[in-house]
Design a binder for this molecule. Structure first.
Ligand code: SF4
Length: 235
């Protein structure tokens, strides 16, 4: 996988899709027959409209080699949102994020904090279509897909977002930094608490960091408990 760089971040920040939310043409829109969706329209879509727009999206070159777009999976009322980087080969075939070996590890990580992917959890990716050869998404691809993930987050309104790996962290935080420097703190995505940990695919290759991932999971669970007890405490 290609390392991320400041160029990646700079291109994200320069994208009109990402920065200005101007009415830029996206895929054919179910919300406006005969026209193309705009970023503003995406920001007003419901779940069904958003899914249909993503399924037919041709905004970036990743649509050319996909089997299908991989929208996301889970409970649409979820308190927990886990965000990865992009579908891989298995995900592209099955239409669901985090299947295959990395998916099994994510399921085990969720189970270790008494969660599973069908209850109170939603899982999505930065880009919805598979990058060829499982490379990282290019900056322009992540920027093109940004309104879809942003709208998923708006619709979900999760209590806590967990960014899995650097691509998701950089995309959601809008700044470049190492995973090591971001772990162990409650960060912020548009006013929502966000915690960064390792991507399960990385952990499959880097067994030494599994202990750190376990620390992160404990921190994630404690943070959610704190958020829930703060909600219950009368002001
Ligand atoms: Fe559209 Fe996102 Fe797929 Fe690119 S990755 S074609 S922006 S849905």
């Amino acid at each position: 996988m290609k390392p991320l760089s400041q160029d990646w971040l700079a291109e994200l920040n320069l994208s009109p899709l990402w920065r200005e939310r101007e009415p830029v043409a996206l895929a054919p829109s179910p919300a406006s027959e005969g026209a193309s969706a705009t970023v503003i329209e995406v920001a007003q879509m419901d779940w069904a409209q958003l899914k249909q727009t993503v399924a037919t999206c041709t905004l970036c070159p990743l649509h050319e080699k996909r089997t299908q777009a991989v929208f996301g999976v889970g409970d649409e009322q979820a308190d927990w949102l886990f965000v990865g980087e992009a579908p891989g080969a298995e995900e592209d075939m099955q239409g669901e994020p985090f299947v295959g070996q990395a998916g099994k590890l994510l399921d085990n990580m969720l189970a270790s904090i008494s969660l599973n992917r069908s209850e109170r959890v939603y899982i999505a990716n930065v880009v919805k279509c598979r990058p060829p050869g499982n490379r990282n998404p290019e900056p322009a691809e992540a920027a093109a897909c940004a309104p879809f993930l942003d709208r998923q987050i708006d619709l979900l309104a999760p209590k806590l977002i967990v960014a899995l790996g650097k691509v998701a962290a950089v995309r959601l935080l809008g700044r470049d930094a190492s995973i090591a420097s971001l772990r162990g703190q409650v960060l912020n995505y548009h006013g929502r608490p966000l915690i960064v940990t390792y991507h399960p695919a990385y952990l499959l290759r880097s067994l030494m960091d599994k202990a750190k991932a376990w620390e992160d999971l404990c921190f994630i669970k404690r943070t959610m408990q704190d958020l829930q007890s703060a909600e219950r405490t009368p002001i």
